[in-house]
Design a protein around this ligand. Structure first.
Ligand code: SF4
Length: 119
């Protein structure tokens, strides 16, 4: 079962969760206390998402634990913006979330049902 990003970043992840077995990488996260930048609000508009993710990326670019975070997000199939990657970015790299929603669900659906090009 996936650990929530909040659990990872606030240090309450259980034993065996990504980030819990390799020490304290999450304690050095540049985003501690800034989680609102990393997860979409309800009904977030596309332009607001772009602006939010640009701000998040600036934090990630200077984060000392970017590599550890990226590995955990990919391996744990996380939602949200992690280590400079959105869910879509990870999806395109083959790290698909287990229950895609919204844009991710439509993208996954298109990949599984190739377009009928006979018309
Ligand atoms: S790389 Fe980004 S999301 Fe990951 S811990 Fe650092 S600031 Fe947070």
């Amino acid at each position: 079962m996936a650990t929530s990003p909040l659990q990872l970043l606030d240090g309450t992840a259980g034993a065996g969760a990504p980030g819990s077995s390799n020490g304290d990488w999450k304690m050095h996260a540049a985003c501690r206390g800034r989680l609102e930048l990393f997860f979409a609000r309800k009904a977030e508009r596309p332009q607001a998402r772009i602006r939010r993710q640009e701000k998040a990326k600036r934090l990630c670019d200077g984060c000392p634990v970017l590599d550890e975070c990226r590995t955990a997000a990919r391996n744990n199939r996380e939602y949200g913006y992690w280590a400079g990657e959105s869910e879509e970015d990870r999806h395109l790299l083959g790290f698909r979330v287990t229950a895609p929603i919204g844009v991710r669900a439509r993208a996954a659906d298109r990949e599984e049902k190739p377009q009928d090009r006979s018309a």
